[in-house]
Design a protein around this ligand. Sequence first.
Ligand code: ADP
Ligand code: MG
Length: 263
Amino acid sequence: MSDQARAPQPSPAPGSPRPDRRPLVRLEGVQKHFGALHVLRDIDLTIAEGEVVVVIGPSGSGKSTLCRTVNRLETIDAGRITIEGQDLPAEGKALARLRADVGMVFQSFNLFAHKTVKENVTLGPTKVRGVSAADAGRRADELLARVGLADQGAKYPAQLSGGQQQRVAIARALAMDPKVMLFDEPTSALDPEMINEVLDVMTSLAKEGMTMVVVTHEMGFARRAADRVVFMADGRILEDTDPETFFTAPRHDRAKDFLSKIL
Ligand code: ADP
Ligand code: MG
């Protein structure tokens, strides 16, 4: 987010994005079951351009499923998900483009083990976006520098630390010029000393105005970088408010209980 965007503004109603921002991702009445398990219950969530929304909640509450529905790694049973007002495409090239528009960074870095770091970053743009190898290579160098990995491009993922691999995963997602980045517990698999190097990259992305949905237990990051905190439990969004309100005056007992365990 730019400094200008951080300038004081009238507060929006809790649970909605700031009125001066264009809605980018919208979930309306979304329902999802896995067999008998109702994992997403009537989810309404609008994410505006440039917003950073941190999603927290107990394990099993549906956070990963929520992320996965937005790039259609999971289908939904009812409701509607739109990106810039367009329904998610069901298949084919349009679906591949959607996946490129929605960058995803997982807990397990999911890099291609038999490709170099740089190849990991250039593969998507050349295959899906039709970018030339030369342009993709230049962009990969820029992005690797931006995540603090200049000069690491020729290595293979296994030669890097977990924190470095996750930063490659971020560079790889950014190489597609996504409209929104989803992070699903990006630091949960990392040794403690590597967590900050990943959070620092995410914080600078947030400052630069990237639209981000971040599932995390890192409450310092939530306080520092989030415009909104969404608290989920049992497939429902129970709170959707600014970080200050969430951390100082959570309304639901489930949220109070959760915070008492992790803070
Ligand atoms: P969270 O990310 O908040 O921990 P998830 O979205 O991963 O929660 O999971 C929500 C619930 O759905 C959990 O009970 C989980 O076991 C279940 N679940 C997730 N994925 C599947 C699946 N592919 N098939 C069946 N159940 C699933
Ligand atoms: Mg999860």
